[in-house]
Write a protein that binds this ligand. Sequence first.
Ligand code: ATR
Length: 276
Amino acid sequence: MKKLYGVLGNPIEHSMSPLIHNDAFKRNGIEGDYLPFLVEGAALGKAVEGLKAIGAGGFNVTVPFKESVIPYMDALDPFAKEVGAVNTAVIKDGLITGYNTDGPGFVRSLAPLINGQFAGKRVLIIGGGGAARGIYCAMAKTGIERMDIANRTLSAASQIVADCHDGTPSSVLSLEEAEKSLAIYDIIIQTTSVGLSSLHESPISLMGIKEKTVVCDIIYNPLKTKFLREAENNGAIIQTGVDMFVQQAALAFELWTGISPDCERMRQLVLENLGG
Ligand code: ATR
């Protein structure tokens, strides 16, 4: 019998998760169906209980429920607990376990750009929201040399360092301070919502970066944000948000099925869908 999977969010109609997971089920000969579920906040607990009651295999959680879904988990993976957010749930033997594959997905997407050499790298994260938190906690475990966070609201960034600190040296900076010290970083990661659906907005100017800095934006709509265009114009190696999206999905698929999906195929499907 087919197993049910899905993604809980609001809004959810533009999610590309059903597209890539259903394709991966098919290609790997797995009897699974992955559906988008539009959930009203007050019904989140009932939605989770319902999926458990009907024997679903698992689900993803997206905006705005990654934090509020935690009380409905029976168990939490230690990394999800550290980050304080769940984007993937596995239902097994009637128990729901919450995971976070966003941060590890980002790390996996970054690795090929730096030949897996995290040691000695100086990293700047821009943003202090949920996405920054997951990426910070995952990057802090890679052995990088230092990781600073710049955010409009300094207290949000300080809280991330306090909650996720793994011994990686870190400073909290204003956006203006970061702009002045860009040349010291090997990797710059944009995690704010600035530039989402707009070609004309960017959280900081990248005039000051050194050549061959790896510059990533986790936004994938538009595919090439103003931030990435400016990075490219200043000699950076850039990465769009598609790769993180694909890798977080691949890790979720692995948790559900034990199978590593074809990430390049997932990537092509996402790019085709964005192009359309
Ligand atoms: P997500 O879960 O996607 O990270 P979020 O938790 O709402 O979303 O975080 C949004 C991030 O974008 C925050 O870092 C926010 O900065 P603040 O912490 O100061 O709110 C940042 N952000 C949103 N709009 C911004 C703007 N106009 N200028 C600068 N930063 C902005």
